[in-house]
Ligand binder design. Structure first.
Ligand code: ZN
Length: 248
């Protein structure tokens, strides 16, 4: 088992949640660690797994919301000024301006050395198409439907595992991606413009698809919903949950 890469869920909480960390995950392959998103709770989420920022080798960003990117400020500063390293930052080129110019630059654009760019803090890998390989793990990006007019991606990992990050239901995408396990956004409100409400999930996905589907990004009152979620889906994703990724 130790030879197989795996995906581990680091956080399962809604952006407002206090009980769970931000919905972020991690791929581990050959002893190296790639974060999928890096929200403002990332240091706590890593601590719970016995890890810290120096243990992280690379970060992939799905979209530019605080619970998915605000931890980059910590990673950037602490890697550069405390640990003397640059973590790889894997980013689709369509997100670059939104991430740096509109989000991180206000905090990280000036240091005692003068003007900075994203590359002063990270080893930036800009993706121009929809795929990348990391430590032998094949990652395919697919577009999701989250905030209108805002670009957001999910990841299809080694043709086996889907991680949607934040999205409303996207059955037309999910149906084309083979997977034994799907980690999908949920909100426990009755309806929602940018997250996947349970009634919307029930009407969008077949029972066969839902049986493979662990729901993440949930509110603190999740216990009220657990019986129904276990009946209609694989269940709620849990912090620390691990899914093995078979080598292709
Ligand atoms: Zn979001």
């Amino acid at each position: 088992m130790a030879d197989h890469p795996f995906l581990q869920i680091l956080g399962t909480g809604h952006s407002e949640a206090m009980e769970h960390w931000n919905t972020n995950a991690m791929i581990v392959s050959s002893g190296r660690r790639l974060l999928i998103d890096c929200g403002f709770t990332i240091k706590y989420a890593l601590r719970d797994r016995g890890l810290g920022l120096p243990d992280i080798d690379a970060i992939f960003i799905t979209h530019v919301h605080g619970d998915h990117v605000f931890g980059l400020e910590r990673v950037g500063y602490e890697s550069r000024f405390r640990y003397g390293k640059r973590v790889q930052l894997i980013l689709h080129e369509s997100l670059q301006e939104e991430l740096w110019d509109q989000t991180l630059k206000g905090s990280m654009g000036r240091a005692s050395e003068g003007e900075n760019t994203l590359a002063d803090f990270f080893d930036v890998v800009l993706l121009r198409d929809d795929r990348f390989d990391w430590q032998g793990v094949h990652c395919k990006l697919f577009r999701t439907r989250h905030t209108p007019n805002k670009i957001s991606y999910g990841l299809h990992i080694n043709e086996q595992v889907i991680f949607t990050s934040d999205t409303t239901p996207i059955p037309e995408q999910i149906a084309t991606l083979p997977a034994h396990t799907i980690f999908h956004d949920v909100t426990l409100r009755d309806e929602h413009p940018v997250h996947a409400a349970v009634p919307a999930l029930l009407s969008a996905y077949t029972p066969e698809m839902r049986k493979k589907m662990y729901l993440m990004s949930y509110e603190d009152y999740w216990r009220d919903w657990e019986p129904q979620i276990q009946r209609e889906f694989a269940g709620f994703a849990k912090q620390g949950q691990i899914v093995t990724i078979e080598n292709l």
